[in-house]
Each structure stands twice: as C-alpha cells, then as structure tokens.
Ligand binder design. Structure first.
Ligand SMILES: [Fe+2]
Ligand SMILES: [Fe+2]
Length: 201
C-alpha cells in the first residue's frame, strides 16, 4: 500500500498546462485508469501512482524541441529527489514517464510503464477522447467535419483507423477491452454526426 502525497500533487498541478487536452483533469483520469488497470493486471501501485501523476509535466516546458516524455522524466527525477523518494522508485517512475509517448522512442520495459502507457491511451478514446479530439482541433482551427462527402468519410474513417492502430499497440488486455468498448461508442457518434449533417459515413 502506498501513501498519496498531497504536496507532490500540488506541485504536479502547478506544472500542468491549462490546455483542455492535457490539463490536470486528464492527469487525474489517467491516475484512475492506471490504478484500475493495475488492480487487474498487477504492478507496483506506488510507481504507477507517481508515474501517472507526473507523466505530462514535461508539457510545461515550452522551449524544448524534445519529447515532453523525456523532458517530463528529467523534471520528475529532480522533483522526486526533492521529496526524498528512494532511488529504485525514482528510476522506475522516470523510465515509465519517458516511455509513455512513442514519439520519444523509449520502449516500455516494466509492467508499470506499460500500464501508464495504456492508461494514457484509454483517455484518448470514447466520449472524453472525442471531446479532447475536438478541443485539440479547435485550438488548431481544424473544422469538426468537412463539407465534402468524400473528405468527411475520410476524416471519420481516418480517426477510426488511427484508433485501431493505437489499440493494436496497447500492452494490456484490460486497456484493450476498454478502448474497444469506447471505440464502439465513437462509431455510433460518427454515424449520428453523419445523419445530422446529411452525409453518409
Ligand atoms: Fe503525454
Ligand atoms: Fe497524458
């Protein structure tokens, strides 16, 4: 059993950007999802708690052209030392953070790293995933859908195909099941959207 660290949680909150896709509510959801996956798949709960809490703090560093996962792992290492966590815990937590985004090119080695990776991806699926997708699109001036029937079909099927690739790259059966269920909802959502805008998808 591990202890929550409220001071550390406050520091993570301060280091979390306000953008609606990666704000602290995303962090809290990833923490809950990771905990749920770990209850079924196993893993060290303290490492998972700390890794999920700190996984996106690298996004607070704007000037870096490196992956936020690598930057976040370095920041987490400093902070966890300040909080006097044991060296072996710090090593596992920072490895998991560095590996939570494939763009960083770091492979998930431990079960805890795999669970963090998977929990972060589950939050990109379903109703919340679509809300985050549209919020991200809006911030980059991307329309909800395109008026051309052909492009509209492409847009929605592209999202579904991309999401299927993410599911294929997950590590745990528990996360895969969750994402597949959420993908069913996405399919219904896009069908309804197509109906409302008078298009077929
Ligand atoms: Fe991330
Ligand atoms: Fe994340």
């Amino acid at each position: 059993m591990y202890m929550r660290n409220l001071q550390l949680e406050k520091q993570a909150l301060r280091l979390t950007p306000p953008d609606p896709c990666h704000d602290f509510s995303h962090t809290l959801r990833v923490m809950e999802l990771a905990q749920y996956i770990a209850e079924i798949e196993g893993g060290n709960q303290e490492i998972i708690y700390l890794a999920a809490l700190l996984h996106d703090i690298g996004r607070s560093v704007k000037e870096s052209d490196r992956s936020h996962a690598i930057v976040g792992a370095e920041l987490a290492e400093e902070i966890l030392h300040e909080f006097d966590y044991p060296e072996d815990i710090i090593t596992e937590v920072t490895r998991a953070i560095a590996a939570h985004s494939k763009k960083a090119g770091v492979y998930c080695e431990s079960l805890e790293a795999k669970i963090l990776y998977d929990a972060d991806k589950v939050d990109a699926f379903g109703a919340i995933g679509l809300a985050r997708l549209f919020a991200d699109g809006t911030s980059r001036d991307i329309p909800f859908y395109k008026y051309s029937a052909e492009i509209e079909k492409d847009m929605c099927s592209n999202i579904m195909e991309y999401d299927q690739q993410i599911i294929d790259g997950l590590y745990t059966p528990t996360a895969r099941k969750m994402c597949e269920e959420r993908l069913q909802f996405q399919r219904l959502f896009f069908q309804q959207m197509a109906k409302e805008v008078g298009r077929k998808i």
